[in-house]
Design a binder for this molecule. Structure first.
Ligand SMILES: Nc1ncnc2c1ncn2[C@@H]1O[C@H](COP(=O)(O)OP(=O)(O)OP(=O)(O)O)[C@@H](O)[C@H]1O
Ligand SMILES: [Mg+2]
Length: 358
């Protein structure tokens, strides 16, 4: 994916402009609150996903105006495409002149990955964020996985309800048997897909993390099945845990409880990693996610990096600015020293919402 033109009108604080980014690295720089993240968000909205800031549509048009418009011209590897996105109380999208019934129709047409500051919690916080990351990444590639995930969630809720009632009515045990059969099947399939994804991600993340740390550190992942040592079938685990599950009225084993441990040089990055190492891990995951997409679809997603530079030393910044330009990248930055490290690519300054190519 290569964007050749971005036009925005009435989007947050951005002035009406047309920007012509380079195919490699584009550094968006400026002081705080000038509109850097707004530009990243404008591009991201064209992926058909919701805002990574958790923002709602009515917040996006510039204060005092009703509508925001974002136009993107990009090459997807086989042809040029034009997206026209209008944002009012809701979004509406036109792709190559044809109105889409929903903005979600853009998903998979214009592909992007985004790193934003709170994505760091993938390393620092509990397992939920890591499960969500891996599941979302797989959903992007295999729509059937989303269906499986939804079925698993539904079965878990049904099981939860059964576990509550079963104490009163033991005849429900037969129903639990039937439900557990399908639940175990789904659990096996979900876990297999996750393991397969991690296997695909590992060499890419490893290469990127090696580059960021100048070969001094190694990243690795370990899938942790909660309550299970080894590869015992879920059917067995569910049976074994049934009594505890009835007591707790919830299902204690399964992919909804699993975790992915992120390690640097063999030890947990969450427990032992420094700020810079944790940030580097999160970045390697995002860039690795993009590489997996390139590997499977033949085209690199546009990579949006909001605020990745802070807390990184000169060597790590240099790698990000000058060694990942095999894909189109947009990086925001407010540190002039870091901007000075860019040897190729393009700089765009942002001041009071005015974008200037340099
Ligand atoms: N709908 C809107 N209309 C007008 N201005 C808005 C709107 N939404 C946000 N803004 C303004 O846009 C400004 C720039 O926001 P943005 O998040 O892009 O800053 P930034 O350059 O990324 O800053 P930082 O370096 O602090 O992250 C903010 O001051 C905010 O008040
Ligand atoms: Mg910002």
């Amino acid at each position: 994916m290569r964007i050749s033109e971005i036009r925005v009108r009435g989007f947050r604080n951005l002035s009406e402009t047309a920007l012509h980014p380079t195919p490699g690295v584009n550094v968006i720089y400026g002081e705080n609150a000038q509109g850097k993240t707004n530009l990243i968000e404008a591009v991201w909205m064209c992926s058909g996903m919701k805002s990574f800031r958790g923002a709602k549509e009515p917040e996006m048009p510039a204060f005092g105006s009703k509508q925001a418009q974002i136009c993107l011209r990009y090459d997807d590897g086989s042809r040029m495409n034009d997206i026209e996105l209008k944002i009012e109380n809701r979004r509406s999208a036109v792709l190559n002149g044809i109105p889409l019934s929903s903005p979600a129709g853009l998903i998979g047409k214009f592909r992007a990955v985004v790193f934003y500051p709170s994505f760091l919690s993938i390393v620092q916080a509990g397992p939920q964020g890591r499960r969500r990351f891996i599941d979302a990444a797989i959903c992007q590639l295999y729509p059937a996985f989303a269906k499986l995930l939804a079925e698993y969630g539904r079965l878990l809720r049904q099981r939860g309800a059964l576990l509550k009632d079963i104490r009163m009515e033991s005849s429900l045990l037969d129903m639990l048997d039937v439900l557990d059969l399908r639940l175990a099947e789904c659990a096996e399939q979900l876990t297999a897909r996750r393991l397969q994804y991690l296997e695909a991600l590992t060499p890419f993340a490893d290469e990127i993390y090696g580059g960021i740390s100048s070969g001094r550190e190694k990243i690795s992942f370990r899938y942790i099945r909660k309550g299970a040592d080894g590869d015992r079938p879920y059917g067995e685990l569910l049976r074994e845990n049934r009594r505890t599950d009835i007591l707790n009225r919830s299902t204690g084993v399964g992919p909804h409880r699993d975790d992915v441990e992120i390690c640097i040089n063999g030890v947990s990055a969450r427990v032992y990693g420094s700020q810079g190492q944790q940030r580097s891990c999160a970045l390697a995951l995002k860039l690795g996610e993009a590489s997996v997409i390139r590997d499977l679809t033949g085209s690199s997603p546009v990579t949006l990096l909001d605020d990745v530079m802070s807390e990184l030393d000169a060597g790590r910044q240099n790698y990000i600015l000058n060694h990942i330009g095999d894909r189109q990248v947009f990086i925001t930055c407010c540190d002039p020293d870091a901007v000075g490290r860019l040897t190729g690519g393009m700089r765009v300054s942002v001041r009071g919402g005015v974008l200037t190519e340099e």
